[in-house]
Design a protein around this ligand. Sequence first.
Ligand SMILES: Nc1ncnc2c1ncn2[C@@H]1O[C@H](COP(=O)(O)OP(=O)(O)OP(=O)(O)O)[C@@H](O)[C@H]1O
Ligand SMILES: [Mg+2]
Length: 251
Amino acid sequence: MNIVKVENLSFSYKDNTVLDNICFNIREGETFGLVGDSGSGKSTIALILLKLLKNYKGKIYFNDKDIYTIKKKKDVKEFYKDVQIVFQDPYSSLDSKKRIGYLIEEPLLIHEKMSKKERNDKVDEIMELVGLDIKYKNNFPHQLSGGLRQRLAIAIALVLNPKFVVLDECVSALDISIQAGILNLLNELKQKLNLTFLFISHDLNVVGYICDTIAVLNKGKIIEIQDTENLFKNPIDSYTKKLFNNSYYEL
Ligand SMILES: Nc1ncnc2c1ncn2[C@@H]1O[C@H](COP(=O)(O)OP(=O)(O)OP(=O)(O)O)[C@@H](O)[C@H]1O
Ligand SMILES: [Mg+2]
């Protein structure tokens, strides 16, 4: 079953068309990769899927519901429980004045009717799940290393038990050795929590490591979609071949 369907999605910033007739489906339980150079439109797709950019053309369905029609407060709230995003640099998206334990607890305060004890237990549980020692609860985000900060961002994204998580360049700022730890964690969490991921990166090898299916985006157009094995064996488009070359040079 498809959890996300994107049909003929186009988007412009003023006169600048940045997405041109994009179509893809994401199956429940898969990790769907979106790869392309800087400026190709990857984050714009992420923002539209999260209902953060409105004036697009085309249709987007989440669990067969047109997300444009999700307007009632209760339904919007439900949508933001089910759909989460993790950005490249959690430092800029996290409130640096709040303590780590509180940052993870905050979504529970907003969305769930839980006692203090229940929230505390949930925070402990999720910190353990993402490999963030509970001794950090009273620290601030800037006191963590880049890799641990990304684990914190993942904890915050997962605390409400979402169904679908968008990961936008979530390992791009990290050293290669730290990247592997986060990618393996994501794989593990996906299995344990029955998640579906949209994994966005400019690096084809990173995408190849974690994704089941890959869509290649170039200047706002999808130029090929293949399952990962086939894409790596037989990239059809010359742009995809170029991405392979760039990716190898980086390693
Ligand atoms: N707020 C904005 N106003 C105007 N143009 C924008 C805005 N945000 C992005 N763009 C333009 O839209 C295009 C797509 O940008 P987008 O951020 O989606 O690309 P991306 O693939 O995520 O790039 P990167 O790999 O650098 O994150 C680019 O040409 C960018 O300059
Ligand atoms: Mg981006």
